[in-house]
Design a protein around this ligand. Sequence first.
Ligand SMILES: *[C@@H]1O[C@H](CO)[C@@H](O)[C@H](O)[C@H]1NC(C)=O
Ligand SMILES: [Cu+2]
Length: 253
Amino acid sequence: MKPSRFFAIGAVLVQSASAHYIFSKLVLNGEASSDWQYIRQTTRSVNYMPTKFTSTFDNLTPIDNDFRCNLGSFSNAAKTEVAEVAAGDTIAMKLFYDATIAHPGPGQVFMSKAPSGNVQEYEGDGEWFKIWEKTLCNENGDLTKDAWCTWGMPQFEFQIPGNTPAGEYLIRAEHVGLHGAQANEAEFFYSCAQVKVTGSGNGSPSLTYKIPGTYNDSMKLFNGLNLWVDSADSIEEDILSTPIGDDAWNGSK
Ligand SMILES: *[C@@H]1O[C@H](CO)[C@@H](O)[C@H](O)[C@H]1NC(C)=O
Ligand SMILES: [Cu+2]
């Protein structure tokens, strides 16, 4: 038994009390990698704390550059491996310590191509496009829990669109907990994997985003929505008023 095991057990107890989480493993061909093997590790003091607009941890907010791949993670880019995946493959990003998503809210996955061709040198300041989106799945469910598609998920499983051009990319998985949105305390959980996409794809996503820049706290979804009071229809409208309501790119041009 490795000494780090004791730290891991302590962290699980802390984590289940706070119900936070972070994506740390890439799942390829059904096999989970080591933590931080292909995903850039953050330098945060407690790695699974959320990013928020107010009452922040580590002074990090969704309008900072480190909202791309989490605080300090670019300093770990060179030592993070690059996973080879074929366009069209289904892979997953899995949570640290076998956690499951325990907050109500949407989940999404974005990609951004490294312009230089080397993702280990790429800060993520280019264009991002969305390849996966999950919002409300069960409008008769509990809006504070299982009405959300991602509720209870241990990982986000998604397909690299078959028409994705070959090259090196960041893949950013993100979950947003909306349980504090009535007080401008939506919680963002995210990190980035480094991959090399192979194949002969020649698609071109028409809808792209800059991170930061995609979200702000004038959006009711993050600041003003109240899951305990609002109707599913009203929440659906709030979703559609943000980029979370945009369709994911399916590989067509
Ligand atoms: C927030 O984003 C919306 C939609 O992109 C934009 O219209 C608005 O000006 C932004 N507000 C701030 C304060 O940046
Ligand atoms: Cu939380």
